[in-house]
Design a protein around this ligand. Structure first.
Ligand SMILES: NC(=O)c1ccc[n+]([C@@H]2O[C@H](COP(=O)([O-])OP(=O)(O)OC[C@H]3O[C@@H](n4cnc5c(N)ncnc54)[C@H](OP(=O)(O)O)[C@@H]3O)[C@@H](O)[C@H]2O)c1
Length: 331
């Protein structure tokens, strides 16, 4: 990679940027965090001073006009991903945009078309895919360690307490399935290696109108079934199990294993139990380094917006089922 550095700007002072992605960019081997933008100038300036970011802007447009910026990271509410990705592409910026990439599959494809038209890279920031634990599980399943894959169970739940959070707002693309269930859909499709042919979901709807709890099933044409649950109202769980004819894998820290060593289990019958340890890494840093490498060396990103569109297509179908009292939806 030599000494080339990707010059990043971040669109908004979002929590996830502050807590995870901005520091990952600052620590990355091939990137530098050059600028932060907020809707409010004072917020941007204070944030930049506190987190050692050289430049701040009081509008997102001003950051997009900065010729010193090569790429932007977009951690905006879900309903704003499409518009700001397209604006960034029009200004020639490469884009790492938060998950879920957009409100629906059509928006994802529109964003990919804009990126292609302006010759920039676009990737959805599902960071867990870059953790070596995820890669190891996928490799084991693909090489037949569990025998023939039959069943996937996943869960991502947590208790969301602030009442004004974007996840409670239907108009911002809130809801448990959009926020954390999207990980379960993503890992299920990835493990199955196929797109589901039918889905079904039941939801509990919170007072603001978003699903605060949802349980879904995905049926794949080869007979594999994936079940998951997600919630904004339950104790933290982020886990999955992959079961086949010969063995099953249990991954207790699935999506946010943190930076310490992490461990998952392989079990066969009652007696055979193996533990697999993955050395600690920062999955956010691996993600931003991959993205920067793709831009700097003109390589394709591992996960395109077309892939994100497939995830959103399943999420849309799950919502259709949940809104229709759990009636199955064919894809
Ligand atoms: N990959 C992950 O691990 C992960 C984790 C958490 C969240 N996320 C994703 O990251 C995105 C942001 O989530 P977050 O929890 O970090 O959100 P957040 O803290 O609420 O930040 C969203 C930011 O968007 C800006 N914004 C612009 N218009 C807004 C509006 N009308 N209402 C509220 N904020 C507005 C605000 O920045 P300014 O005031 O500075 O303009 C705000 O700080 C979501 O897409 C979420 O799904 C990903």
């Amino acid at each position: 990679m030599g000494t080339k550095q990707l010059r990043w700007g971040v669109i908004s002072t979002a929590n996830i940027g502050r807590a995870a992605v901005n520091p990952a960019i600052q620590a990355s081997s091939n990137g530098a965090l050059m600028a932060i933008a907020s809707r409010d100038e004072e917020t941007a300036r204070t944030f930049a001073e506190k987190w050692d970011i050289p430049t701040s802007y009081g509008s997102y447009e001003a950051l997009l006009d900065d010729q010193q910026i090569d790429a932007v990271y977009i951690p905006l509410p879900n309903s704003l991903h499409r518009a700001w990705t397209i604006k960034a592409a029009e200004k020639g910026k490469h884009i790492l945009c938060e998950k879920p990439l957009a409100l629906n599959a059509a928006e994802c494809l529109e964003m990919q078309a804009a990126a292609d038209a302006h010759g920039v890279k676009l990737m959805e920031a599902f960071m867990y895919r870059f953790h070596p634990q995820t890669e190891k599980v996928l490799e084991m399943v693909r090489s037949g360690v569990v025998g023939e894959l039959r069943m996937i169970h996943s869960a991502f739940t947590f208790r969301l307490t602030p009442p004004d959070n974007i996840r409670w707002k239907p108009e911002m693309g809130g809801g448990a399935l959009m926020d954390v269930g999207s990980y379960c859909v993503n890992i299920s499709r990835t493990l199955a290696g196929l797109e589901p042919v039918e889905v079904q979901a039941f939801a509990h709807w919170g007072s603001s109108g978003v699903d605060d709890q949802l349980a879904g099933t995905l049926r794949f044409a080869n007979g594999v079934l994936a079940q998951f649950d997600c919630a904004l109202t339950m104790e933290r769980r982020e886990t999955y199990e992959v079961a086949g004819t010969d063995a099953f894998l249990r991954i207790p820290a699935a999506f946010l294993p943190g930076t310490a060593d992490t461990l998952f289990h392989e079990q066969r019958g009652r007696k055979e139990h193996l533990e697999h340890t993955t050395p600690g890494v920062d999955e956010y840093r691996l993600m931003v380094e991959h993205f920067a490498d793709c831009v700097l060396n003109d390589r394709p990103v591992r996960y395109t917006a077309a892939e994100a569109a497939l995830n959103m297509r399943v999420i849309e179908a799950l919502y259709r089922s949940a809104r229709n009292a759990g009636k199955p939806v064919e894809l």
